[in-house]
Design a binder for this molecule. Structure first.
Ligand SMILES: *Cc1c(COP(=O)(O)O)cnc(C)c1O
Ligand SMILES: [Zn+2]
Length: 418
């Protein structure tokens, strides 16, 4: 490492390109454009290749040169390297030649892809000297900040909409942070957090730390490329809340291609939303470059952001890669959850139902051609959103502990299915 910033060069405005020092800062003071971490790719190229990556431990930190910490990561060292599963049964059901599931339902430690972004954000927050961390969350981020702050010995404040699923709330409270339920939508939570972040000297992972935080999502794309055998997939279907994950998967593919780690190829990135909160996919389908904010009303609460911070850039990525965007109803979300469970044995949360539901639609209407290969990003665990499926997955059949009753039940079932 040659400088105090390691492989990072600066924070750079996505609009005007002005550069800023690598502090906790997320907007350009000239045009309010979002800041993004810029790297020294020439320096990275010297030592970072397939061999170095393969020689390292199996976690997201094996791509460390492309993640924004100056020295070594200190929080979330075990995060990432989740399974990429060849989903042959679901492929057949959806009518596509080849299908893969990137399974972040089993990410460590809080069972969603948010552990990736939090691992980076908290490692960087510690480097910058922060003792208190915070976030505005639709649920999974709160869980991950709470757990990772606990293990790092940091004080944590998590702000959530008060009406979140029980599973998401308990999975934050148990780690002992301050959990603040705001009576309002996520967008109102986020607005309040921007005010608080300006007033208190805290590291808000998705406000003033957002440039670092967002980079953590790239690790999902790096892993997909490595697990596909150092190849970029033809199609990647990504769920969108703020739209950040989708833009960062694109960035990860581009960085690997730029560094010669994979061959560049004409991949397409498709965005998935719930119809009850679909500002980005509605704009995409109308051929617009800008979205119109909405008031969310969907069971996919982890994706319920009506004013998506990266919506504009997500639209650009879908357009540039010739990908598509679509959205699905609550019933289609539940069907998506069941398809993934019944055909692949994976229980995803509502966001996973959104991704599977949208993939099903895109395959059926030919936007993802049947002879192609696709990766679905499954980002969160179904055990946290039981409320969404209770009453929609059938019931247990109750009998007394008697062989005769069991056999009567079995023959009735066989008759019914004959
Ligand atoms: C946060 C979240 C997303 C999407 O996040 P972006 O804001 O678009 O990066 C997707 N799935 C789950 C389960 C999430 O919690
Ligand atoms: Zn600018």
């Amino acid at each position: 490492m040659t400088t105090e910033n390691g492989y990072m060069k600066a924070l750079k405005c996505r609009e005007c390109g002005r550069e800023y020092p690598l502090t906790a800062n997320h907007v350009c003071e000239y045009d309010f454009g979002p800041l993004e971490v810029a790297y020294d790719y020439d320096l990275i190229r010297k030592s970072f290749n397939r061999k170095t990556i393969e020689s390292r431990a199996q976690s997201m930190w094996r791509y460390r040169e492309l993640l924004p910490v100056a020295t070594e990561p200190t929080v979330g060292l075990q995060v990432g390297h989740t399974p990429l599963i060849k989903a042959d049964r679901l492929a057949k059901r959806l009518g596509i030649r080849e299908l893969w599931i990137k399974n972040d339902t089993v990410n460590y430690p809080t069972l969603s892809f948010k552990d990736r972004v939090v691992s980076v954000a908290l490692s960087r927050s510690k480097e910058l000297g922060y003792k208190t961390v915070a976030c505005a969350s639709t649920g999974n981020l709160a869980n991950s900040v709470a757990a990772n702050a606990a293990s790092a010995g940091l004080r944590a404040f998590v702000f959530i909409p008060a009406d979140l699923e029980q599973g998401k709330i308990v999975n934050s409270l148990v780690y002992g942070p301050e959990v603040i339920g705001i009576k309002g939508h996520y967008d109102e939570v986020n607005r309040l957090c921007a005010e608080i972040a300006g007033k208190y000297g805290w590291a808000f992972v998705n406000v003033n730390m957002r440039p670092y935080y967002a980079e953590g999502s790239k690790s999902m794309g790096f892993e997909i490329a490595e697990q596909m055998g150092w190849k970029l997939p033809q199609h990647t279907v990504v769920p969108m809340a703020s739209g950040s994950l989708l833009t960062k998967i694109h960035k990860s593919y581009q960085e690997f291609a730029k560094l010669g780690i994979v061959e560049s190829s004409g991949y397409k990135i498709h965005g998935a939303q719930a119809s009850g909160c679909s500002p980005i996919t509605v704009a995409h389908k109308a051929g617009l470059d800008f979205f119109k904010p909405v008031k969310p009303d969907t069971i996919a609460k982890s994706l319920a952001i009506g004013t998506p911070a990266d919506g504009f850039y997500a639209l650009k990525v879908m357009k540039e890669t010739q990908g598509h965007g679509d959205d699905v109803t609550d019933d289609e979300i539940r069907e998506g959850i069941r398809l993934l469970a019944e055909y692949e044995g994976i229980f995803a949360e509502t966001a996973g139902g959104v991704t599977v539901g949208v993939a099903k639609k895109l395959i059926a209407n030919g936007r993802i051609p049947k002879d192609d290969s696709a990766v679905l990003c499954i980002t969160g665990n179904g055990l946290k959103t039981l409320d969404a499926v209770v009453g929609h997955v059938g019931n247990t059949k109750e009998i007394r502990p008697s062989l005769r009753e069991f056999e009567a039940l079995l023959s009735a079932e066989e008759k019914a299915s004959a």
